[in-house]
Each structure stands twice: as structure tokens, then as C-alpha cells.
Design a protein around this ligand. Structure first.
Ligand code: PA5
Length: 336
């Protein structure tokens, strides 16, 4: 897992090269809505696309994590069906639903039934390299979706942003990789703070909400630990009330707040008051971690990268192998 995390910048570059030569196309003039359908590690690219494109794309982007698609999906919808393995039953079912409704479809996968099915049906397929855990393939699963929309003119050209992000991740990993000692390794320090605790990851609407959720799922899958995510401003209307129970319970929590320079000023103010005043009295730990980089993409990926490393180090602290997800595999077998 640590090797796969280390390789994220190269993975992104490889995905760019793949998309420069892809034959995957769709008719953007017909598209009124985009729905990305996928689960788990294969849904995160859709989450990031939706967030990134929120203020850039002329049509709405939604992420579907279900067997069926929303009722508005039809011929004027682009459905991007994403399954790294190509064998996830919910995604295969949603793919069949998209096909039945005459939607334009692009499949993103490393193989499996999805690749075969989409190819036989004559739909566009973007085949990404296999051999990784889906959650370790964020570069392969996100960049093709981004570039697909850029190439179709639905998003502005963004080569410079991708290059900035790759450069930043390469810089970051000098300090985050296993060889870097704890005193200068923010991911190891974060893992130590989370060790023995229940992580509460806070993001904010905009760029960090989906990254907070990604941290939660990475901690779940890599460190096999319960974790929860919530976001500003919504958490100001419920979660902050829930810290008055006995101290022994609250002491088990560790709050990580992810921030970025794109936050709405009122959201930023809310974070300051919540962390500095409202939750300051609570007996749990609190840390604020700020995104690095200039562009939206760099800021999102900088926090994702830190969380990926921190979750793998947390697994190491618990003496666990972060790669296998036996419970997920068991469930898939039982449902087969
Ligand atoms: O990261 C993981 O292993 C899971 O979250 C998978 O992504 C999830 O089970 C769906 O599988 P796939 O990504 O192959 O469609």
C-alpha cells in the first residue's frame, strides 16, 4: 500500500498519457447532466470531479452509489461508470440501467465484466492499469474523468493544474514517505495523534468536504478503524452540540479539520470560532491541517495525499496490513 501511495504522482502522469491517446469520446452537445456511478475507492474520483467542477462545468455532475440511477437519467445524460475491478455488482447494475435508458456511457475500469460488457455494447471504455487496490488508484480513476470532460470542452483545459499537482505531490512525499523521520513527517505525526482514538474528520463545503470523507474511508479500509466525517457549515447546526456527554467518551475522539484557501470567508470564520472557542473546552484532541498548493486540484490532492499516508501509518501502528479488505471481499462472495 505504501508503495502505491508513493506512486500517485507517476500514476497521474501515466493517466494523462493514456488520455492523450484515448479514443473515448461522447457528444457533449447532447449532455444536460453528468452522473458518475461507482462505489468505494472507485467513487472517490467522481466525488472529486463533482467538487472540482462545481464552479467550472456548465452542467451538473452527480455521484451515484446505488444499483439504479436517478429518474432524470436519460438520453441527455452522460453516465461515467467507474469500477476499478470492473466486477462491482452495484456499478454493473447501474451500467445496465444507464444502457436501458439510452444514456451516453463511458466506462472507466481496469477490466472485468464492465470492460467486456461496455465494449460489446459499443460504449467508450477507458482501460486503466490494474493490479492495485481501487482506493490506491485515485490517479487512474480521477484524471481520466477530468480529462474526458476537458477534451469535450465541458471543463477548461487544465494541463498546468495537473502539472502543479504532480510537482507538489513529489515535493510532499520527500517528507511523508516512510524514510522521512517522525519529527518532519506530518503523516506519521497525524497517525500518532489518531492512534487509539476515533477520528472525526471535518471538511467544508467546497474542496475539503469530499477529502474529509476520503480520509474517513481510508482510515476505515487501510487502518481498519472506525472514523467519521462531517463538514462545515452543516456541522455547526448539529455536531457541535454533541460534546457535552461524559469526558471519558469525548476523550476517545480526535478531531482533524482540513482547511484550504478556497473556503467561503464565513465558513473560515465558523471554523475559527468552532475550533478556537466552542470545541476548545471539549476534552478531545484537535488539529487543523491546511491544504498546500495554488490550484483547486493541487489543494485537494495535497490533503488526500496526507490522509492516504496517515491512514497507512495508522495501520502500521496497529500492527495491521493496510492492503487486504477481507470483510469487503467476504461480503462480495456471500452476495455472489
Ligand atoms: O477500495 C476498495 O477496495 C473498495 O472501496 C472498492 O473500491 C469497492 O469495493 C468497489 O470495488 P471497485 O472499485 O472494484 O468497483
Amino acid at each position: 500500500m505504501l508503495g502505491a501511495i508513493y506512486g500517485l504522482p507517476e500514476q497521474m502522469e501515466e493517466a494523462v498519457r493514456l488520455m492523450e491517446h484515448t479514443g473515448a469520446k461522447f457528444d457533449a452537445s447532447l449532455v444536460q447532466t453528468i452522473v458518475v456511478t461507482g462505489l468505494g475507492g472507485s467513487a472517490v474520483g467522481g466525488d472529486m470531479l463533482r467538487t472540482y467542477a462545481g464552479d467550472k462545468c456548465p452542467v451538473p455532475i452527480l455521484v451515484n452509489r446505488s444499483y439504479t440511477l436517478p429518474s432524470y437519467v436519460g438520453k441527455d445524460t452522460l453516465v461515467i461508470a467507474v469500477s476499478y475491478s470492473g466486477n462491482t455488482e452495484e456499478t454493473l447494475s447501474a451500467y445496465a440501467d444507464a444502457k436501458a435508458r439510452g444514456a451516453q456511457i463511458v466506462a472507466v475500469t481496469s477490466g472485468g465484466i464492465l470492460k467486456k460488457q461496455a465494449w460489446e455494447d459499443g460504449h467508450a471504455v477507458i482501460t486503466v492499469p490494474g493490479g492495485l487496490q481501487p482506493r490506491a488508484a485515485a490517479g487512474y480513476l480521477f484524471i481520466p474523468q477530468l480529462m474526458l470532460l476537458q477534451q469535450a470542452g465541458l471543463l477548461p483545459e487544465g494541463h498546468a493544474e495537473i502539472e502543479e499537482t504532480v510537482r507538489l505531490l513529489r515535493e510532499m512525499r520527500k517528507l511523508l514517505a516512510p524514510a522521512s523521520p517522525t519529527e518532519q513527517n506530518l503523516a506519521k505525526q497525524t497517525a500518532l495523534r489518531l492512534y487509539g482514538k476515533i477520528p472525526l474528520i471535518h471538511g467544508a463545503v467546497g474542496l475539503t468536504e469530499v477529502i474529509a470523507y476520503r480520509w474517513k474511508t481510508q482510515i476505515n479500509e487501510n487502518a481498519q478503524t472506525p472514523a467519521f466525517a462531517h463538514c462545515y457549515p452543516e456541522l455547526n447546526h448539529n455536531e457541535i452540540v454533541g460534546f457535552d456527554v461524559p469526558q471519558e467518551l469525548i476523550e476517545k475522539l480526535e478531531i482533524i479539520t482540513l482547511t484550504c484557501s478556497r473556503n467561503h470567508p464565513r465558513v473560515q470564520k465558523r471554523i475559527e470560532i468552532t475550533a478556537g472557542e466552542v470545541l476548545a473546552a471539549a476534552s478531545c484532541g484537535q488539529t487543523e491541517l491546511a491544504a498546500l498548493g495554488e490550484s483547486d486540484l493541487a489543494q485537494m490532492f495535497s490533503l488526500l495525499y496526507l490522509g492516504d499516508y496517515a491512514s497507512a501509518y495508522l495501520a502500521a501502528l496497529y500492527g495491521l496490513d493496510p492492503t487486504p479488505v477481507e470483510k469487503i471481499e467476504y461480503l462480495k462472495r456471500r452476495l455472489a
